[in-house]
Design a protein around this ligand. Structure first.
Ligand code: ADP
Ligand code: TRP
Length: 284
């Protein structure tokens, strides 16, 4: 079959290291759901990867179960897409070892996610260092064409392609397909309640299945400046607006954006509205 007529293979993974949040949903899961139709899709819970941060067996089992349940609740259809747990396929770690032997140290040393974690004081263990090689094995093992992820995974996708090319060149045969990242600009980095990227590791998340009163409380805490209600504000730098625009219908988004730019919108009002939109979006 020619490349063009072949059904595309889509693959992505999520670490079971805590409850899923709005950043995971818009940055990745929404694309999983859209791409499960018309493609051959594989989605998995990356429990081997989570071992770099979760050391308690009971917690890890719970997180794996919850991620699977949440993906199903959000609309992932196991009749259409393949949903699995990474460690159920031990060949993944076998391939990871084959790939490490063609991966220069320098590629891993320059990884931003590794450097960030070390800067946060997390011990420099080999698992954390070799994390991108295991991720490359995940992707290359399934011959993936497209990998839906958020912006933070872009570098890992570049390394995956580099490793695949190096392997193909070393063994003088095109063993591995080069995957493309699938990153949507508008949702590439969803901000958390402190204005940084929303992430489990920053403790700044609004969870998809937080109780309504928790969502309201977290929305109230979103960082804002002290611009008064009547003064113009920049929607592009305001985390409340950045979250609001993910949930609001187009006409409401446009009118609120106008009010930001001309003045007359207060952060308190926006936070209340945002909380209601979030609660409504995931109620079902
Ligand atoms: P976390 O950073 O909270 O640990 P994960 O690393 O488990 O999240 O990410 C799972 C998926 O969600 C990845 O594809 C990742 O790129 C995406 N993602 C995570 N946080 C965000 C965010 N704030 N904005 C956009 N995408 C995100
Ligand atoms: N590293 C990814 C994250 O933290 C999770 C992941 C593991 C992944 N293996 C993957 C994502 C393969 C896409 C493809 O979000």
């Amino acid at each position: 079959m020619s490349n063009e007529s072949r059904v595309k293979r889509v693959l992505s993974g999520i670490q079971p290291s805590g409850a899923l949040h709005i950043g995971n949903y818009f940055g990745a899961i929404r694309q999983y759901l859209a791409l499960q139709h018309g493609n051959k899709a594989f989605y998995f819970v990356a429990d081997f990867h989570a071992l770099t941060s979760v050391r308690d067996a009971e917690s890890l089992r719970g997180y794996v179960f919850n991620v699977l349940a949440d993906l199903l609740a959000l609309g992932l259809d196991p009749e259409t897409a393949t949903l699995f747990v990474q460690s159920d396929v031990p060949e993944t770690t076998e391939l990871a070892w084959l790939l490490t032997s063609v991966t220069p140290m320098g590629w891993l040393e320059k990884c931003v996610s590794y450097k960030d974690k070390i800067a946060q004081g997390i011990p420099a263990e080999h698992g954390l260092f070799a994390y991108p090689v295991l991720q490359a094995a995940d992707i290359l093992l399934y011959d993936a064409d497209l990998v839906p992820v958020g912006q933070d995974q872009k570098q890992h996708l570049e390394i995956t392609r580099d490793i695949a090319e190096r392997f193909n060149n070393t063994y003088e045969s095109p063993v591995f397909r080069l995957p493309e990242p699938y990153i949507l600009d508008a949702v590439a980095v969803v901000p958390g309640i402190d204005g940084r990227k929303m992430s489990k590791s920053y403790g700044n998340t609004i969870e998809i299945f937080d109780a309504p009163e928790v969502v309201r409380k977290k929305c109230k805490k979103i960082v804002t400046d002290s611009t008064p209600v009547e003064a113009p504000k920049n929607p592009d730098t305001c985390p409340v607006f950045q979250l609001f625009k993910l949930f609001a219908a187009e006409d409401e988004r446009a009118s609120v954006e106008q009010r930001y730019r001309h003045g007359g919108v207060g952060y308190g009002e926006m936070k209340t509205r945002l909380a209601e939109l979030i609660i409504q979006a995931f109620a079902e």
